[in-house]
Structure formats: C-alpha cells, structure tokens
Design a protein around this ligand. Structure first.
Ligand SMILES: NC(=O)c1ccc[n+]([C@@H]2O[C@H](COP(=O)([O-])OP(=O)(O)OC[C@H]3O[C@@H](n4cnc5c(N)ncnc54)[C@H](O)[C@@H]3O)[C@@H](O)[C@H]2O)c1
Length: 445
C-alpha cells in the first residue's frame, strides 16, 4: 500500500522531499525539512536562485545565511533546475506564485507548469502537495486529473493534498515551524500522510476533511484581513472628515479585551497575498452565480488609498502655498511593509506614479530597496526607474514634503521631523513625542 510505504519512509526520515519554487514560501519550508534530516531538493526555474541556495547564500529575509549554509553543508539540501530529478522524490510540494491576470482573474499558469513537470517525471508512490494559495477546487479539479491522465490512480499510485502556507515574512515570532498547518487531502489517506509529513517539521497540524476546505480556509483568512483593513481605511477617512485622531481612536478601541481586533489604516495593501487572494475566491464564487460584495467593496476602498494619500500631500502643500506640480516629494519607505524588501504590489508604486503624473519630482529612501522599476501595470505617469537616495540632511530639508509610506525601524524619524517642512505620515510611524516636538508640520492618515 502506498500509504504504508510513505508512512514508513516519513517516520524513518528516509522520504526524499522535493519543493518546487524556492521563494518566500518554498525556501524556509525546504530548509526546515533539511534541518530535520530529510534529503531535500529544491526545484527552481531561476538559475541564480538555485546557485545562491547551493552556495548557502540566502535571498529571503526569514532564512539567515547561517541557517541555509548549515542545511547545505549537512548534505541534506540542494537546489536544481533539472526537473527530471522530481522522479527521485517521494514527496513533491508546490510553492509557485499564484498572481492575477490584468483582468483580476487567477493566473494558473505557474501551477499548471509545475503540475506538468510533476506529471512528466511522476512515478508510483509519490505524495504531491500544493501550497500555493488558490481557489477551492484547484487540487482536485486541476492537479488530480493531470496525474490520472498519466494512468495513475489516487490512493493506489499517488496521494494528493493541499496545505496552505501562512508564512509572514519578517515576523520574528511566527515562522514556518511554529505556525499551525492546515492540511486537507483529496482522499483520507492523502490527508493522513500529508499531516504526518508536516508534523515532522511544524508544532501543530490541523487536518480537515478535504483539499477544498483547506483551500477555502486560506482564502477566508486573507479575505478577513483585506476586508478589515478596508474598514480601517474607511474609518481613517471618516475620522479625518470629523477632525478626530484616527490612531488614538483605534488604539482606544483596541483596549477592549474581547470582541475587537485592531486593524490599522495605511497607504493601501501590498504583497503577494492580501491584494490578490480575495480575487481567487470571488472569481470562483462568480462561477457559481454568487457576487461577493464585501470583497469588491474592500478592494474598492483599499485600491484607492494611494489616491487619498496623494490628496493629503496635495492639500498639505497647498497650505504651504505650493502646488504638487513642481514640488519635490521624498517618499520614505517603498517596500509593502516594514523591515522587508518585498516590493510586490506595494502601494508606494502607485503613490509615486500618481505624484509624478501630477508633476511632482519624486525621490525615495528605503534602506531595503536599491531600485524601483515601474511596469505598465502601475504606471500612469513617468516610467523612469528610481534609485534609493541616501537620507542626508540636505535631501530632507530641500524636499517640499516627506511622505512616509513604510515605517521601517532603521530610519531616524526624529531627524526627519527636525529637518522636513511637511511630513505626511501614512503609517503612524512618528510616535506622539516625535510629532509633538516636530518642527515639521505633520499630517497623518
Ligand atoms: N509571500 C508570502 O508571504 C506568502 C504567504 C502565504 C502564502 N503565499 C503563497 O505561496 C505561493 C508562493 O509565494 P511566494 O511568496 O513564495 O512567491 P515567490 O515569487 O517568492 O517564489 C516563487 C518561486 O517560484 C519560482 N518558480 C516559478 N515558476 C516555477 C516553476 N514552474 N518551477 C519552479 N520554480 C518556479 C520562482 O522563480 C520563485 O523563486 C503563492 O501562491 C503565494 O500566494 C505567499
């Protein structure tokens, strides 16, 4: 029985693990397996990433070079671009991107390519797990038929499961090993064996009755965040209209020990998850004749936050008798969240675009991001790339307005406030003391 064979090889740590896609999700995952003594092979299309892994050099914030080197030096971890080695693996885990098309429909091409590679080299006895975030039904509607087409039978020849990844890059408290893992197989054998596998590397595994439940649970989690951030953004606009301090309000509400969970407003949502994942759910719901209104509304509010920030900048400059057109604007922080270098879907891109479209001269400083390029998806103004500028006294004092888009920890906000003319703070990065003692005029979201 394939179930018994896999059970034994996993328990004895003989199972060979393959991970397809060594990005924010795949690299920390494969390192955990290697450090627990499993022979682990990473499959990448990007030759540079494969070479970096083999050299023990990490390009992912949650994996230190030291940890990666330890895994590589132990002989348990290697990376390759040769997908024929997939046939040597007992377990194959897919961690490829799941972006949206321009139409905001799911782009399944990465999952299809990875599934195609598995299909090509598949042999009897493998467990395949999909981790990429996707709509309910992907695992059993898309992957299962690909493997069956090859003549393999579920439970007799292969097992198949979905297990969502919940990694939060840059979060020092929760990392792969201590984030509970939801696991749902397309058969009960698949659930059982996939749960056994993850219990080797994570502290808590939560099995569910199907892959679809696991797929939907991930989308529920991220839709919950998108909608609550949408509400926080709307509350910020309401508070501003009423002349009440948004941050004082949310911090006061957050003292309630039950029934309230604080979400904070910001310049818009970014990253590979929150802006995208709810669309996977609404797309699938639409196919079943259901229109998910909360998702649309949150999207509408969140995606227009960059415009709101630019309005705040424009108004602040106006009060200084200046127009946006011709003003020098310094954007502080361009990554989508603090203390990481991830630029995917960062609202700072839209803000810079909108500022430049209105004639502002924009520079940016971000200790984590050396260069910002603008592809056609973002650009409505100039498409010239921008380069990180050193945060000199001169840069701050000669800017007409400083806009804090990301509240990185290693920026001296006291110095910014002592030199700037006007600061628009979209993250509440300036503590109350800094604000009160500030020479600059501070406008907050
Ligand atoms: N980044 C996060 O915080 C996060 C959190 C939870 C879930 N997820 C989900 O996990 C999945 C992966 O996200 P990520 O952030 O790791 O993406 P990523 O872009 O950082 O990494 C994906 C990697 O896959 C590689 N790749 C693409 N096609 C490939 C193929 N056919 N074969 C082999 N490698 C291939 C890319 O080169 C890249 O290195 C997505 O579905 C995402 O929604 C991401």
């Amino acid at each position: 029985m394939i179930k018994d064979e896999l059970q034994e090889s996993i328990t004895e740590k003989h199972a060979r693990i393959g991970v397809i896609g060594l990005g924010y999700v795949g690299l920390p995952l494969i390192v955990e397996f290697a450090l627990k003594g499993f022979d682990s092979t990473g499959f990448e299309v990007d030759e540079k990433k494969a070479a970096e892994v083999n050299a023990g050099r990490s390009y992912i914030v949650d994996v230190t070079g030291e940890t990666l080197s330890k895994a590589v030096d132990s002989g348990k971890l290697s990376a390759t671009t040769d997908f024929s080695k997939l046939g040597e693996c007992d377990v194959v885990i897919i961690c490829v991107p799941t972006p949206l098309r321009k139409t905001k429909d799911p782009d399944m091409s990465y999952i299809l390519t990875a599934g195609g590679e598995i299909q090509k080299y598949m042999r009897r006895g493998q467990l395949v797990i999909l981790e990429s975030t996707t709509y309910p039904g992907t695992t059993d509607e898309v992957l299962q038929p690909m493997f069956e087409e090859k003549g393999f039978k579920l439970d007799e020849d292969f097992l198949l499961a979905f297990s969502p990844e919940r990694v939060d890059p840059g979060n020092p408290q929760f990392q792969t090993h201590n984030i509970p893992k939801v696991v749902g197989g397309v058969s009960s054998d698949s659930t059982e064996i996939a749960a056994l596998l993850y219990s080797q590397i994570v502290e808590s595994v939560h099995p569910v009755s199907s892959a679809r439940v696991a797929e939907a649970a991930k989308l529920w989690e991220n839709t919950f965040r998108a909608i609550n951030i949408g509400m926080a953004n709307e509350m910020a606009k309401v508070c501003n209209a009423l002349g009440i301090d948004t941050w004082e309000v949310v911090n006061a509400a957050a003292t309630k020990p039950f029934g309230f969970m604080p979400f904070y407003p910001g310049p818009g949502i970014g990253g590979h998850c929150i802006p995208l994942d709810p669309h996977y759910l609404s797309w699938k719901a639409r196919q079943h004749g259901f229109d998910s209104k909360f998702i649309s509304l949150a999207e509408q509010i969140n995606s227009t936050m960059p415009n709101y920030v630019v309005e705040l900048v424009s108004t602040a400059l106006n009060e200084e008798k200046r127009s946006l057109n011709g003003s020098k604007v310094l954007v502080l922080g361009v990554a989508y969240k603090k203390d990481i270098d991830d630029m995917r879907e960062s609202p700072a891109l839209s803000i810079i675009d909108l500022l430049r479209a209105d004639g502002a001269e924009v520079e940016y400083h971000d200790p984590f991001v050396a260069e910002v390029t603008f592809d056609h998806a973002y650009t409505i103004g100039e498409a010239e790339p921008l380069f990180n500028q050193e945060l000199t006294d001169d840069l701050i004092s000669t800017s007409d307005c400083v806009v804090i888009c990301t509240e990185h920890s290693n920026v001296d906000y006291d110095r910014v406030c002592s030199l700037a003319k006007v600061v628009v703070d979209t993250r509440n990065a300036l503590g109350k003391e800094t604000r009160d003692g500030s020479k600059a005029r501070v406008v907050r979201l």
